[in-house]
Ligand binder design. Structure first.
Ligand SMILES: N[C@@H](CCC(=O)N[C@@H](CSC=O)C(=O)NCC(=O)O)C(=O)O
Length: 298
């Protein structure tokens, strides 16, 4: 698995480099990723923060618009921006709808026959890409790894974090889809990507990919979770019922009520008047990087 650098720019006391890599998990397609490495990585390996972007985005969207570099450069944290789906898989209909297929990988491994050769963004993000970055000796320390994301990528960050207790130091999300098995975006994606045999609503096969279910049921030790979520009150997709942050709050209350969790593991903030856009993300992204720095550098 070799990374090939295709562009490089100096930014915020570091360098952002775009790489391509051949990806086995994405069915032998070429994937693209942007990686910001602060200069301090030349002295000692630096902690890593992954940013998972939302529907219709690429590896460039947050790199260009999220405004994370100054804080990451100051804190000495590397940033990794993966793409949001395989590109050019050739699956019938994959470019017909912005909520499914290209740009909409949902950070899960597909089990449905039609999608399962290429649509494996979970394995790509959690295993293949980190292994490629480790092998490239860029000075990244994956024993100090955190994850964040926006919308579909917020769902990705929360579910990947909750599926892998202990792998990440912290998790944050901007306007995440918190309960995909019960909202239109998630129902559409899971119906397509996941082979579903059970008739329950939501189907049992969907629940391991639902952040609210995962949070309510996780066996993570009390006090071991560190999650920050920001949602804008004027978010058009919040208003349309796609994000349902109350489901995540309810899940954490369940965890605490059962004696498996403690207060403070989840901080969910409603930011007055902000929408779903990168204007919102760039306003709060420095705080998110600082939040992760606290755990990455503890
Ligand atoms: N084309 C869509 C809008 C798509 C959109 O808003 N995408 C969001 C993520 S939504 C959840 O995952 C995004 O981040 N877009 C990139 C950007 O630069 O804003 C429509 O028709 O509504």
């Amino acid at each position: 698995m070799t990374l090939t650098a295709t562009a490089s720019n100096r930014v915020a006391n570091g360098t952002i480099t775009k790489y391509t890599l051949p990806s086995a998990s994405l069915g032998a397609l070429t994937a693209s990723v942007n990686v910001f490495v602060p200069d301090s990585a030349a002295q000692a390996p630096v902690p890593v923060l992954f940013y998972l972007a939302g529907l219709t985005c690429t590896e460039d969207t947050a790199a260009w618009k999220a405004g994370m570099f100054n804080t990451a450069g100051k804190e000495g944290i590397a940033l990794v921006f993966p793409d949001t789906s395989p590109r050019g898989a050739g699956v019938e209909g994959e470019d017909d709808d912005w909520q499914l297929g290209t740009g909409a990988g949902f950070y899960i491994d597909a089990t449905a026959e039609k999608w399962k050769r290429h649509y494996n963004m979970y394995t790509y993000v959690v295993e293949e890409l980190p292994n490629a970055l480790k092998a490239a000796n860029l000075g990244l320390d994956f024993s100090r790894w955190s994850i964040t994301g926006h919308s579909m990528g917020g769902h990705g960050a929360l579910t990947i974090y909750l599926k892998n207790p202990g792998l990440f130091k912290s998790c944050s999300a901007f306007s995440p889809i918190t309960n995909p098995s019960r909202v239109p975006w998630g129902i559409g994606a899971f119906t397509a990507y996941l082979e579903t045999r059970t008739r329950s609503l939501p189907p049992a096969e969907w629940l391991p990919h639902d952040a609210s279910f995962l949070l309510a049921s996780t066996k993570a030790e009390a006090g071991s979770l560190h999650i920050l979520v920001d949602v804008g009150t004027a978010d058009q997709f919040l208003i349309a019922g796609q994000l349902t942050p109350e489901a995540l709050e309810q899940a954490q209350q369940t965890r605490v009520a059962d004696g498996r969790g403690v207060g403070g593991e989840l901080t969910l903030r409603r930011q007055e008047g902000y929408d779903h856009s990168y204007y919102f993300i760039s306003t709060f992204s420095p705080e998110h990087v600082e939040f992760h720095a606290k755990y990455l550098k503890a």
